[in-house]
Design a protein around this ligand. Structure first.
Ligand code: PLP
Length: 398
């Protein structure tokens, strides 16, 4: 860790945050405020709805959905979580280099030639197919692996209808199988056909696990549920569950119905500042392409955050707004790479340096990542995971 980053962390600990509604900008152009109390709360809430033997494997891929994988993993470790999942080997190595302990599962494919790195950083690799297991084993490096079984998603995994290949995955001399898992592709939907499909996936998984046990093979830690799998099928009893988005306090789509009521609290707020305020006359164009031409005189505020920070460019056309002084200010004109413009005509006293909320609460108003996702035709997962590396991350407890 760079010295200044260390200083920053120390300072954070020293600044008393108790009772403060909002972190100060401390000179940042744009920043994500991460409420670690909420992260812990969400983990505890998920544990509450699960059978007692189901432990959490926290999914911290893609920089923990934009929240900072290192800080998220550290905080969750303090909550007693000892299993983490990442998408790729680089993410796992970064966690180890910063001292994260416990099991780290690489969910995706890793080129077999990187077997020595998997071993060196004690990462558990997903065996995505029998052939992949052969290639990995051929490197002659002792590794822990979880076997992935494809129960119907048709993405990664050994096909569940091929028990012969599944069993072969447990017999590689250098690969120590410590877990077996699958992934549900429709657990977010409670429709009849969708529920039937999910039940079929669950049944196929159970059958495969049963076949292994009958053959005297230990499948290790068994897991199949991600966030929606937990919330819609909490009764499924596995050793591990793999929540991502729910840990961060959200559903992928805000309007989704789930069978389990859990009190999930959004962890991330996204803020920036007003960098200039100006009067624009009716008919005067604002921004690139003269895409916004007001029909009456307006006051426009420029905000120092843009699409390179993860604000979808299409948000402007889809009625997006921000919060300034507790009030809504509509985004106008094209969102730029590093800046955007908002209409503050009806908000009194807006001036340079005012904090701007893009996600989160300001006074009585709140904007959620889910609302932005809905406007832009995507899921909250995409909005969060695309938040740029250029954003400062400010960690707090409330
Ligand atoms: C990303 C991912 C998860 C977490 O999914 P959420 O829907 O965010 O809970 C779990 N398992 C696998 C295999 C994943 O790729």
């Amino acid at each position: 860790m760079k010295t200044w980053a260390l200083m920053d962390r120390l300072l954070m600990l020293l600044i008393p945050m108790a009772g403060k509604k909002e972190a100060p900008s401390r000179g940042h152009r744009a920043w994500a405020e991460i409420n670690l109390t909420h992260l812990r709360h969400n983990a505890a809430e998920l544990k509450r709805v699960l059978p007692p033997q189901s432990r959490i494997m926290a999914v911290v891929k893609a920089n923990a959905y934009g929240h900072g994988s290192l800080e998220a993993a550290r905080e969750l470790s303090r909550e007693g979580i000892a299993h983490f999942a990442v998408a790729e080997i680089g993410e796992g190595i970064a966690l180890r280099k910063h001292g994260v302990r416990g099991d780290i599962l690489v969910l995706g494919y890793t080129s077999p030639e990187r077997a020595p790195e998997l071993a060196r950083y004690r990462l558990t690799q997903t065996m995505v197919s029998r052939e992949y297991g052969e290639a990995l084993n051929a490197y002659g490096v002792k590794l822990n692996v979880h076997v992935k079984i494809d129960t119907g998603m048709n993405r990664l995994g050994v096909p569940c209808h091929d028990p012969h290949s599944i069993m072969a995955c447990y017999r590689f001399s250098h690969l120590n199988v410590t877990g077996t898992f699958s992934h549900l592709s429709m657990s977010d939907s409670l429709g009849q056909a969708e529920t039937r499909f999910t039940q079929q996936q669950l049944d196929r998984f159970e059958l495969a696990i049963g076949q292994l046990r009958e053959a005297g093979i230990d499948p290790g830690l068994v897991h199949i549920q991600s966030s929606y799998g937990i919330l819609n099928y909490p009764e499924v009893s596995c050793d591990l569950v793999r929540p991502g988005i729910a840990l961060y306090g959200l559903l992928s789509r805000e309007e989704d119905e789930v069978r389990t009521k859990a009190d999930l609290r959004p962890v991330l707020s996204l803020r920036s500042v007003v960098t200039q305020v100006k009067e624009v006359k009716a008919g005067d164009p604002v921004g690139y392409g003269r895409n916004f031409i007001p029909s009456c005189d307006l006051r426009i505020a420029t905000v120092s955050i843009g699409y390179a920070d993860g604000i979808p460019r299409s948000l402007s056309e889809h009625g997006g707004y921000v919060l300034i002084r507790g009030q809504r200010a509509r985004i106008v004109g094209s969102i730029c790479m590093d800046q955007l413009t908002v209409n503050v005509t009806s908000i009194a006293g807006v001036r340079q340096g005012d904090p701007v909320t893009l996600i989160g609460q300001d006074g009585a108003e709140t904007i959620t990542a889910g609302q932005i996702a809905a406007r832009c035709g995507t899921v909250a997962n995409e909005i969060l995971s695309r938040l740029g590396s250029r954003l400062e991350r400010v960690y707090r407890y409330d």
